[in-house]
Design a protein around this ligand. Structure first.
Ligand code: ADP
Ligand code: MG
Length: 773
């Protein structure tokens, strides 16, 4: 059945050599009870481990059922231990965190026996050893004798041909020892039992054959046996632990040290927490920036003005010159300004801009309006401006002083619907949105205030802080009088406003404009898109130009070199301004392009740049892009901050990975004995690695989950604090995709960190592992 041929096993420690087995040759019968006696250190355990395949011999051969084991692979030894051998140890070696049933089933679990069969066999084994009534107890609720019975049940559950017992009664009292010996004796009726013992009395009482051992050699054998060269009928069923078994082993093990597991998971989740928070914050900030950017876009359209400032070059250094000539030189200021030629060519070019790229294009004209209002029955001149000038006629000089002071804010009116622009940033608090270009609106701030001059210019008599009813303003009408009605020719080349204002007001040809409603800024970021005061559609200006461009006064001003209202001489530039003011010029004073998205803004700018290609610098048209300057800065800054923060968070992730590795390593050291037991039961190296990989998987998943949950919970107080500090709502938002990725990263990193110690565990020599305490 079993034959040892010249087996040698030497242990080398430093320079000394221990000959634990020194040329041992012996054969065993298929069924007998063999007792091995001998002093401590004589090599008994070594021989038993050698027979059981726990410790592989150095030389010689072990023959099982006629088959040499010289060419056994590791898998063969694993299968041999699992199928053919049952071990019983002095120290029971029951896995404490598993139930009794699980312990007994472990060998079968490793070889993949089905659940039902496994339970059946385990129960039978436990009943056979007399533990039927204790089947539901936990290992720590049993006495030593009972534990040894569990170990015996485990050893015989798979019905092995060989039962190897290493001082099975060494830790038991005499009475219990007798019972255990009786049990082993019974078991030896069906198989080969080899028992190492210190106790010659017990050996003599129960064993069929006694072998005396000393210094790694057999001294004598009471019943020697010579094996015939019997036929090779040896067959091994390979073992294989499923990942579920590994998970279960790790899970029950982790359960026995709940507090430590929880702490470990928490500590290693810190890296995940910090990365999750950084990501939540940065994506939140990115959202805020995107929102601000599109608001900035509305606030700062790409502007093309008649007079633009060029990008400044650093001041040139002045070199000393000895030439006898004077150089005429433009001042720095003059060099910086550039006059854009907004001619028909350019206007057509702008008109051909892809409509997809811009929400709206507004043309501003420095056109005055001959406007009258009737307040408390009295007709007065009025204007849609919030600059401090009281009278429309003298407003002309104000207009010349500042080209934006002509009217109130102009909002874009594309042909179909310019109202969307208003609705996006403002809400109606009285009246309605404009229904046509003859409807204007009053823009108020979030505190319902508006510019006092805008109200005064409408003809209202108001003081600072005075409150006005909505209905006093909504519905208020204004008459816009055509130039030919408004101005009278006084002399050959001089015109003056008609003095009978009531008659002018009632003129049937007047254009009637009314305040359709009051609109309020929706959010802080929409402030300043339109100035507070009256806002009107740019279509209104175009209508007025249409009416006035061929009026008498315009024709006269175009023909004259003096101001037709004052008689003063004017240069050509001032003359042009006057003609524009009187509505005689179709050339806008400025063009504002509102790009539809930030990306499209770049395309708009590219389009504008294309116009300047191959043009003389005087013919180039320069634009201003304030939004670009703002967004470039914030975008780049945000990226930089995110990188730095992620780098810091990454460090803590690496730290937690190292920690997991250390903890797995400690766990490996702690569970050395368990590794030995599993190996004795036939677990492969792979299976051991799996047990620890499973443990780190559990740790990784739970620390990832924990980290994500804590980070998610943390976003609430963080958002509260940020809202108090910055007025921004819900900045920190944990993206569920990020959360999933982080859990996966945590698991993968933890498994990697724990895998190396797990491999170390698997490589542990089974015999050495079992010797450890
Ligand atoms: P016994 O079981 O008869 O008491 P052992 O088989 O345990 O004896 O040990 C036989 C000899 O081998 C002893 O001298 C012991 O110190 C030595 N030995 C056993 N295992 C090792 C090992 N892993 N490394 C070094 N020496 C060992
Ligand atoms: Mg021993």
């Amino acid at each position: 059945m079993l034959e040892l041929k010249h087996i040698k096993k030497y242990y080398h420690v430093g320079d000394s050599v221990t000959k634990a087995l020194d040329d041992v040759s012996i054969a065993f019968r298929k069924q007998e009870f063999v007792a091995i006696l001998g002093p401590s250190g004589s090599g008994k355990t070594t021989m038993l481990n050698g027979i059981g395949g726990l410790d592989i011999y150095d030389s010689g051969d072990l023959i099982i059922n006629g088959k040499s084991t010289k060419d056994f692979t590791e898998a063969d030894w694993d299968a041999y231990r699992n199928n053919s051998v049952g071990f019983i140890f002095q120290s029971y070696n029951i896995i404490g965190h598993l139930s009794i049933l699980d312990n007994v089933e472990m060998g079968m679990t490793l070889s993949g026996v089905g659940n039902e069969e496994k339970h059946q066999k385990a129960k039978e084994a436990l009943e056979r050893v007399g533990l039927g009534p204790h089947i539901n107890k936990r290992p720590n609720q049993l006495s030593g004798g009972q534990l040894q019975r569990v170990a015996i049940a485990r050893a015989i559950a798979n019905d092995p041909e060989i039962l190897l017992c290493d001082e099975p009664t060494g830790a038991l009292d005499t009475e219990t020892s007798e019972e255990i010996m009786q049990l082993i004796k019974e078991l030896s009726a069906e198989r080969l039992v080899i028992m190492v013992t210190h106790n010659p009395t017990l050996a003599k009482e129960y064993a069929d054959r006694i072998i005396n051992f000393a210094d790694g050699k057999i001294l004598n054998d009471s019943n020697p046996y010579v094996e015939d060269a019997s036929q090779d009928n040896f067959e091994l069923k390979k073992t294989k632990m499923t990942f579920w078994t590994a998970l279960k082993l790790s899970f029950t093990n982790l359960k026995t040290k709940k507090a430590r597991t929880a702490l470990t998971a928490f500590a290693s989740s810190i890296g995940i927490i910090s990365i999750a928070i950084v990501l939540a914050l940065s994506s939140g900030f990115q959202k805020q920036i995107d929102k601000t950017q599109s608001n900035t876009l509305a606030q700062f359209p790409v502007t093309i003005s008649q007079v633009a400032s060029k990008q400044t070059k650093p001041t040139e250094t002045v070199k000393n010159s000895n030439s006898k000539k004077v150089t005429a030189k433009l001042s720095q200021q003059e060099k910086m300004t550039h006059t854009n030629k907004l001619n028909q060519n350019y206007l057509n070019y702008i008109k051909n801009l892809d409509p997809e790229l811009s929400k709206d294009i507004t043309y501003n004209y420095s056109t005055g309006m001959n406007m009258l209002s009737k307040v408390d029955g009295k007709v007065k001149t009025a204007q849609f401006s919030n600059t401090n000038s009281s009278n429309a006629a003298s407003g002309m000089s104000a207009a010349m002083a500042s080209s934006t002071g002509i009217g109130g804010s102009v909002y874009p009116s594309s042909d179909h619907d310019g109202i969307n622009f208003l609705k996006k940033h403002y809400k109606v608090i009285a009246g309605t949105t404009p229904k046509s270009e003859n409807d204007v609106i009053l823009i108020v701030d979030r505190d319902n205030s508006t510019n006092i001059n805008a109200l005064k210019n409408l003809g209202l008599d108001v003081k600072d802080g005075q409150k006005l009813d909505f209905n006093k303003l909504v519905g208020q009408e204004f008459k816009i009088v055509a130039n030919n009605d408004y101005y009278k020719k006084v002399s050959d080349n001089l015109y003056a406003p008609n003095s009978d204002m009531t008659q002018l007001y009632n003129n049937a040809d007047n254009k009637t404009v009314k305040i359709a409603g009051i609109m309020k800024v929706k959010s802080k970021s929409s402030e300043n898109i339109l100035a507070s005061g009256i806002a009107y559609s740019d279509k209104l200006t175009q209508d007025i130009i249409k009416t006035n461009e061929n009026s008498d006064i315009v024709k006269a001003q175009k023909a004259s070199d003096s101001n037709v209202l004052t008689g003063a001489n004017v240069d050509s530039a001032t003359k042009q301004t006057l003609v524009s003011y009187l509505g005689g010029s179709k050339t806008p004073s400025s063009i504002m392009i509102y790009p539809s998205t930030f990306k499209n803004k770049d395309k708009v700018l590219k389009y504008l740049d294309k116009y300047n290609k191959n043009k003389k610098s005087a013919d180039k048209v320069v634009y201003t892009d304030l939004a670009g300057q703002v967004s470039d800065l914030t975008g780049g800054l945000m990226d930089a901050i995110t990188y730095v923060l992620v780098a810091f968070a990454g460090i803590s992730l690496v730290t937690s990975m190292i920690m997991i590795a250390i903890i797995t390593y400690t766990s490996v050291l702690e569970r050395t004995k368990e590794i030995g037991i599993l190996k004795a039961l036939g677990a492969r190296k792979k299976d051991i690695t799996r047990v620890f990989d499973a443990e780190t998987t559990i740790l990784g998943v739970s620390s990832g989950l924990l980290g994500v949950i804590i980070a998610w919970l943390a976003t609430f107080p963080i958002n509260l604090i940020l809202q108090n500090m910055t007025d921004l709502k819900n900045v920190a938002q944990l993206n569920p995709v990020h959360a999933m990725i982080l859990i996966i990263i945590s698991t993968v990193l933890t498994v990697i960190g724990g895998h190396i110690p797990a491999r170390m565990a698997a490589k542990k020599d089974a015999a050495t592992a079992l010797r450890s305490e």
